[in-house]
Design a binder for this molecule. Sequence first.
Ligand code: P6P
Length: 335
Amino acid sequence: MDQFKNLMLSLNQALEQAQVDPQLVSVVDSITNTCKNIAERLRGGALSGLYGSAEQENIQGEVQKKLDVISNDLLKQSLLANRSVAGIASEEEENVIAGNAEGRYLVTFDPLDGSSNIDVNVTVGTIFSILALPNSDPASTVTNDTFLQAGHKQIAAGYVLYGPSVILAITTGQGVSMYNLGADGVFYQTEDQIKVPEHTQEFAINMSNQRFWQAPMQRYINDVLLGEEGPLGKRFNMRWIASMVAEVHRILTRGGVFMYPYDNRDPSKAGKLRLMYEGNPMSFLIEQAGGASSNTQKPIMDVEPHYIHQRVPVILGSKEEVERVNTYHQSTSSD
Ligand code: P6P
């Protein structure tokens, strides 16, 4: 990596070349610098004494890992200290937190997605989404409602993947680029204008939930599993990492379709994944890379949020496959 670093753009050089608002660059810097700190804590593994549960639950009713709490606190501290940040919303926090009166950007984030994988040393990540403060709302009145903007209003979105490499994927609405964290602590661009292959033979879903899915999803997966002899006429491979960031990274890298559909385990919930800081940012990345993202009825970024922790069914990835899943559901709705 070092031998090429002079040939590669740093994150800040790339954002400057793309003429990104300096205040937005400052917000991205706060996020990525904090993610470097999170990566350092993760690298310590069991030696860091940071494995295991924090012995407390978050607003989602999920038992938090120690690193969930630490990552959340680090991002809160860094973003609320940034004069460009008008407010933040976190998966780990019941309510939004107002930031700086002169701030123009709102940030939603999942500080450590896939954290159940930490203790087994499997890839996790930080997901973030950046919205503009509505002109009518001076920063001092930032409330939960200020954040309730549909995904197509996002200004920027991305993730930092803590895997064998620490990788940032980001979009500011001008395509998707990726950056590897160098030994010198700088994110260097390794990919630009990423494109998700339109066709795929790889699907990702938690099959153990099959009996809880709606009929159209069961029919689609049954047809996928029939392979070449079935109606789809091709063999599929399956992946499931239980870490959305890792699944989306694989899809941005080689295509595929990721599904966390509605299931009736808790009929009051539209799905497991959250709209504002999982569904929307990942959909922005996927659509900017030429893929598609749907709740089986409409693009996820067209879903109007009514609650900061609103959940949403997620089907995203290679366009042909997402559209196929939608067709299975629409034929039911037209029945
Ligand atoms: P399950 C992680 O907890 C997460 O929110 C996503 O990152 C991941 O795709 C999904 O939940 C895994 O859910 O039910 O398979 O553990």
